[in-house]
Design a protein around this ligand. Structure first.
Ligand code: TXA
Ligand code: MG
Length: 329
């Protein structure tokens, strides 16, 4: 199968036709690119799992273009849910509700809950609206690969597996949505993201946070798999001193390492090989996946500075620690 890449206007037109014909189409969102199909059609859902090589016990998020599209998909909806929806939809937040009958079991991997997200990206919403059905979509990477934040990333993983990629440029946020489970007594974050616990607590009173360690019994089934891993080994350095030491040790062993640092550390890294992730937290978040993808092509090991715990960096570190298998030097 030949994989086309089209700009948003042409891509939305053809993409909607392909979706209506039961095909799978990659599309941009503000978080990462998604691999979309008709969420109400089990055979289309099966195609998504196949294209991605994803285990069948890892559920998909259902994407919508307007708030009213939530109601047919859920069995319950409360006042505090309404406040969350008003505040954060559209945006980089996925809410888990008890699912209604019309959501196929294959979308939720047999779970009784369904994850729903309305992307902020206008291209994404126009595409979903043109499709006329809710769109089930995981991130558009091959299973265990880094999530794609450009159409080119998607092409690297999906060339020959899907008919179309809609090109919407670089994803603005750069990491996947926050996943919030609303089915327990206290709303619980299953995956941290750009919508932080503080922002959520502001609306619902209190939320349980997810600490970000890789634990096998994590409530989001997807969290137990090794995720977001570059193809070369990666470690996190707790500070610049450790980063420099680890780099020099590797060079002495004839290795070819690469440092990922913040703009403020350019002096400290000296003449060692590095990539600047950015000066602000938002820049670091936007760039992290692209830099991981680019880095694996030009070095044999990645040393990433610890990016701190403030605001969105806690969520970025969740991804970085997964990519490095939790290895800290
Ligand atoms: O930003 C995003 O969320 C992107 C874009 C494309 O929207 N999508 C995305 O999908 O990251 P995916 O499939 O790569 O990650 C979805 C995560 C997985 O960890 C999955 O296990 C969890 O959400 N999830 C989805 N539905 C769930 C459910 N009903 N219960 C528990 N976890 C769920
Ligand atoms: Mg994913």
């Amino acid at each position: 199968m030949e994989t086309l890449i089209l700009d948003s206007e042409k891509g939305i037109e053809l993409g909607a036709k392909l979706i209506q014909a039961g095909e799978v189409v990659a599309f941009p969102t503000e978080t990462v690119y998604g691999l979309g199909g008709n969420a109400l059609d089990p055979s289309c859902v099966a195609k998504i799992y196949a294209a991605k090589g994803r285990p069948a016990d890892n559920p998909l998020i259902v994407h919508i273009s307007k708030v009213d599209d939530i109601y047919p998909l859920v069995a319950e909806f409360s006042e505090s849910n309404k406040r969350l929806v008003e505040r954060f939809m559209p945006g980089p937040l996925t809410l888990l509700f008890p699912k209604s009958e019309i959501v196929p079991d294959s979308v939720t991997a047999g779970l009784k809950t369904v994850g729903i997200r309305m992307p902020k990206s206008e291209i994404a919403r126009k595409f979903i609206e043109a499709c006329g059905v809710p769109i089930a979509a995981p991130s558009a990477n091959a299973s265990t690969r880094v999530s794609p934040t450009t159409a080119k990333h998607v092409y690297e993983d999906m060339n020959g597996r899907i008919p179309l990629i809609i090109d919407g440029g670089d994803s603005e946020v750069g990491i996947e949505s926050t996943v919030l489970d609303l089915t327990g007594e206290i709303p619980t974050i299953l995956r941290p993201g750009a919508i932080t616990p503080e922002m959520l607590a502001d609306v619902v009173g209190s939320v349980k946070t997810h600490k970000g360690e890789v634990i096998s019994s994590a409530p989001a089934p997807g969290m137990k798999y090794k995720h977001y891993a570059p193809t070369v080994p990666m470690v996190v350095a707790k500070d610049m001193k450790s980063l420099v030491e680890d780099y020099d040790k590797k060079v002495a062993k004839n290795m070819n390492p690469l440092c990922l640092i913040r703009g403020q550390a350019v002096q400290a890294v000296g003449n060692r090989r590095y990539v600047n992730l950015g000066n602000t937290d938002a820049e670091v978040c936007r760039n992290i996946y692209r830099v991981m993808r680019d880095s694996e092509k030009v070095c044999d090991s990645i040393i990433c500075i610890h990016l701190g715990e403030s605001g969105v960096c806690k969520s970025v570190m969740n991804r970085v620690l997964k990519a490095s298998g939790g290895k800290i030097v």
